[in-house]
Design a binder for this molecule. Sequence first.
Ligand code: PEP
Length: 246
Amino acid sequence: NQERQRLVIGNWKMNGNLADNARLLGSVRESVAGAGACAVAVCVPFPYLSQAQAALSGSAVSWGAQDVSVHGSGAYTGEVSAAMLNDFACRWVLVGHSERRTYHAETNELVAQKAQVALNAGLTPVVCVGETLQQQEAGETAQVIASQLAPVLALGAQAVAKMVIAYEPVWAIGTGRTATPQQAQDVHALIRQSLSELGVAQVQVLYGGSVKGANAASLFAMPDIDGALVGGAALVAEEFLSIAAA
Ligand code: PEP
C-alpha cells in the first residue's frame, strides 16, 4: 500500500479520569509532532471530549467518540447525537464496535445507519467488523464479515469512500491473543476486494485486537493492513506511541 495514509486510533473504551487523561493526552500530543507518515487519533468517553479537544487542539493528534446515536435529537435518554460530537470538533466516531454489538444488541443495519448519520454530520465513521471465536472455528469468518459489511456497502461508493473500516476479530480483542499477520491479512484482503468491487480503493482498513508495540510492525508489514485500532495499549502512552512509530 503506497497511497493510503497509515492511521493508528486509540479506543479508550470506558477508562480514564481527568488526571490520568491529562497525562496521557499530554504525552501523546508531545510525541506526535507534525503530520508524520502515520496519522494518530484517540476515541475517548463522551464526558472527556471537551478535555481531549482542549488538550489536542492545534496538535497533529485528532480525537473522536466511541459511538453515536442514529437520532438527531429528542427523547432518547442516554444517547449522544452526531451534532453534539461536532460541538467538540470530533473528527472520528467508532461505530459497531464488537462491545456495542454484544452488550447493546447493535445489528448490522443499525451500525450502517450510524455510519450514515456520522457521514451526514461530516464525521468519519470507523466501522468495526469481526467474527467471534465460535464463528472462526466454524469457518464462518468470510461469511460473517460479508454480512456485517453488506448494509454498509449498500450505502454506496460515495459514502463508503469517506469511511474507515476496522477488522477486529472478537477473539483477539482484549485477550492478548493477536491474529497472526497472515490471518489478519487474509481477512483484510477479502475486505479490500469488496471495497474494490465498489470502486473505493482508498478506504483505510485497520486491524484491531491486542495490538502492542511488540507486534505492530509485523502486522503493518502486510499489504492490506493500513494501521490499527488499539484498545488496552492505547491507555499506556509509551505503548501507544510505539505502535504509531511502527
Ligand atoms: C478495541 O477495543 O478496539 C481493541 C482492539 O482492544 P484491544 O487492543 O485491547 O484488544
